[in-house]
Design a protein around this ligand. Structure first.
Ligand code: NAD
Ligand code: ZN
Length: 353
């Protein structure tokens, strides 16, 4: 078992332990002291883990309600947000009760935002069941839903009161979603953790202990970054490594390409550009490309630098403005660079060579 303490606005614990899903009820009562809970999940996770989650409350004198959304990004909608808020009200959930997010980042972001809004903020517990949600979206307190105009446009910072990661749940996660999460894991290695680069090279798929340790390292790393910059005004930008070109690629493929694949290509673009700019040597790029290859993630795309720059900057005129990009300056070392928006295309050009 690994316990990671997060010291943001409210302090809370992230526990990584196989089988901990069966202790959800007990730990929820201990930490949130709730007498009613609303478990939010999606249609895939419902079939796999909802019964076990509910069973963990047996004998605890807690009333358990459930709210199930269709699996997929489309469920991170304002419609579901309102529906969830109305359901919380109908079931007379109060500030001493709690929402439980059982699922991936979609369920986590939607439940987190509903918890931030309902009664101006109630407690919520995250039980992430995807690699991405365990290592990324459940840490840091960013919650959101999508608007028609774009992803994550309505949201709030709202920290959970407890996060329970049960890596055993990853055994049912489809390969492509595991791969997607691995792109973000590689991101932590590239920006901050040279030791994780080596661990990922040594990792043999199926090695459970190694996977649990990798998950814990990512959580600790994100914890350290967000504790220093809870509201995303400085160092947290490092976590956007590869994401500027990735957003453009997602947009250009009309979200056909998954986020993880787009981030993988984005990281390759930014690392190639870093090498060409003399920020780091070829070996660092070799490390990244080797890891992407090991986890079957792509490193190239067919879009031009102009297309990517246009997508990354949006249609709005941004002349005279600057944009932060993340460059790699060594193994597991990165920096935030402010460049003029006009320079972005040139940078991508270097990254596509
Ligand atoms: N809040 C943040 O800081 C943050 C950070 C990164 C990403 N996000 C958000 O996270 C979302 C993506 O999260 P995601 O990749 O977890 O996607 P997701 O929640 O859609 O889950 C991916 C798929 O896996 C299924 N699934 C989940 N757990 C499973 C399991 N254990 N076994 C089998 N199937 C399972 C889901 O039903 C879904 O079909 C995006 O909306 C993104 O914007 C938020
Ligand atoms: Zn990401």
């Amino acid at each position: 078992m690994k316990k990671i303490r997060v010291k943001t606005g409210n302090e809370y614990e992230i526990i990584v332990e196989r089988g901990i899903l069966d202790r959800l009820g007990e730990l929820c009562v201990q930490t949130a002291k709730a007498s009613k809970v609303m478990i939010v999940t999606d249609t895939n996770v419902e079939k796999l883990y909802l019964e076990r989650a509910k069973k963990s409350f047996e004998g605890l004198d807690v009333k358990v309600h459930t709210f199930v959304v269709e699996a997929g990004e489309r469920s991170k909608s304002t419609e579901n947000l309102v529906l969830l808020l109305e359901t919380l009200a109908e079931n007379e959930i109060t500030r001493s009760d709690a929402v439980i997010a059982l699922g991936g980042g979609v369920v986590g972001d939607l439940s987190g935002f509903a918890s931030a809004c309902f009664l101006r903020g109630i407690k919520y517990v995250q039980v992430p069941t995807t690699l991405l949600a365990m290592t990324d979206s459940s840490v840091g307190g960013k919650t959101a839903v999508d608007l028609k105009a774009g992803k994550n446009l309505a949201g709030a910072f709202h920290q959970p009161c407890l996060v329970l990661c049960d890596p055993e749940t990853l055994e049912t996660l489809p390969k492509e979603h595991f791969r997607d999460g691995m792109a973000e894991v590689i991101k932590y290695a590239m920006i901050n953790r040279p030791d994780l680069v080596d661990r990922l090279y040594e990792y043999t798929p199926g090695d459970r202990d190694a996977l649990d340790e990798i998950i814990a390292i990512c959580i600790e790393d994100k914890r350290d970054v967000v504790s220093e910059d809870e509201f995303d005004t400085g160092i947290r930008a490092l976590l956007n490594f590869g994401h500027t070109p990735a957003h453009a690629i997602e947009l250009a493929t009309k979200y056909e390409m998954t986020h993880g694949s787009a981030v993988a290509i984005g990281m390759a673009i930014m690392t190639r550009a870093s090498v060409r700019l003399g920020k780091c040597d070829e070996r660092v790029l070799g490390d990244l490309l080797g890891l992407l290859d090991k986890f079957s993630l792509p490193s190239r795309c067919d879009f031009s630098a102009a297309e990517l720059a246009r997508g990354a900057l949006g249609d709005k005129k941004r002349s005279g403005q600057t944009i932060n990009v993340i460059l790699v300056c060594g193994k597991g070392i990165s920096e935030i660079c402010k460049i003029g928006v006009a320079e972005l295309e040139g940078l991508f050009e270097k990254g596509l060579e």
